[in-house]
Design a binder for this molecule. Sequence first.
Ligand code: DON
Length: 571
Amino acid sequence: MRFAPRWDVLLLGFLLGTSGAFAADNPTPSTHEAQLAQRPGHAGIASANALATEAGFEVLSKGGNAFDAAIAVASTLSVVEPESSGIGGGFMATMYVASGHRDVFVDARETAPAAINPKDYLNPDGTPNRDTALKGPLSAGIPGEPAGLVWLAKHYGKLPLTVSLAPAIRTARDGFKPDSRLIGSIQEERENIQRWPASAAKFLTNGNAPIAGDIWRDPEQAHTLELLAQYGDSGFYSGETAQKLVDAVRAAGGNWTLKDLSSYRVRERAPITVDYRGYKIITAPPPSSGGVAIAEILNILSGFDMSKLDQVQRTHLVIESMRRAFRDHNDYLGDPDFVKMPLDMLLSPYYADGLRQTILPDKATPSSMLAPSSGQDPGMHTTHFSIIDADGNMVAITSTVNYVLGSTFVAQGTGVLLNDEMDDFALVPNKPNVYGLLGSKANAPEPGKRMLSSMSPSLVIGPDRTAVIGSPGGSTIITQVLEGILAFIDGGDAHQVAAHKRFHHQYMPDVVTVEAGAFDPATSDALTRMGYTLKTRDSWGFMNVVIWDRRTNKLDAASDPRRPDGLGKVQ
Ligand code: DON
């Protein structure tokens, strides 16, 4: 599949562009190389749950590196934060491998089963069926997370999976106290959970959610993790677990086959890199839209001297850049194994020049003037964690089962809660998904195809400091990570970056959603006068950040203050 690029914008950029016009403002060469000889000598981990952060440190203390720690953190989150991510879902990892000085992107995103039938996601009257898209086995893609963990251990870790998965297995077997967010998620989804006996058995006691202080155990997931630890890929994608997954999915109306599982493959891809004001940003390529959008936005912004502008002008330019990048997201992006995308154009500084010319100096551009979605407040149910180890290895992982508690469908006998990632496809052309995102043919579902993601795990390498950063948040992931990167470049420490107040625009709907406190009243009034519709959004992603100050050689880790159960720790 191939898409007509926006040659007009590229040409406008060539003719009128300002690429390089602000060179004086952007004089510092990227210093990615500057950190290569250095090692921090201690480690930092920030994740959305203290047990997961501690699991990472436990594995480091056993001689593991950042990649082993990432396996421990991700698998423990599968147990203690199932509402957000798990072995029934998938992840994307942006990593720096200190030995060999390599930037690596690991794509453990879910895939559509071979028997995908678009009609399953339509009601008889042709309207989108939100239930099959978001609940039950039809909503689930073939999980990528188990294969991703095996991949990390095999190619980058120092320890066997029996060691790096041990904390998760122990926690699932011995039990833990669920935090208020997990309890709230189970209460919220109670009716859906009750639709499937294995889901009810996992999450409910006598039909009710756990209460604070209960000890919660998950022996079936412990067993599934043990098989993964012992046998690697074949412990999940063939044999006992695979058979149970396929039997459970098919018995409940799904269409998975053993072949769907055995043919799942992790992909390594070249990350997107972009230079912005002397900082190198290394981030997620398709099948995430995040890196392309972040690069496009930064390329547009690099033509302005942001330091000389007031908050209203800066916010105006950031929103207009978001608007334009999200339009391209909807039109062009999908799984690179299936779709030919005009990435050269989208990432070109001349294209950014062209887009910059279309920004009105003191007025919002209505999205309808550029060319369609509705929006729903996303629950923040996905997770991001960041790690830097003593040798300078870095891991940014965003991991997801998609919406709250994924499909709410647990496959009998496995403890595996399946994702509802199929909704990230454009299941019905030009109809918004749960995050209000529209999609084109590029992101239409096809057998074996990966659904487009917004996950944007990123590394930011500056002249003196390096950050590992990311966030959950559906479509708002992209803008939240972008704003975190900008806050870091502005000098923020890990806590300031994670706490930074946020706003979001995604082209359609043509609304700026704003966190309370992001704008003072005068800024809100000025933006409203410029034509922006501002709407308060309560739900924002939990950002987990580790920063390495290479001048002092100190690490700084922070978990998002919006969530009390997270932990950023340096040791
Ligand atoms: O891959 C994606 O873009 C989505 N499945 C992420 C979902 C998410 O962040 C949920 N939290 N709001």
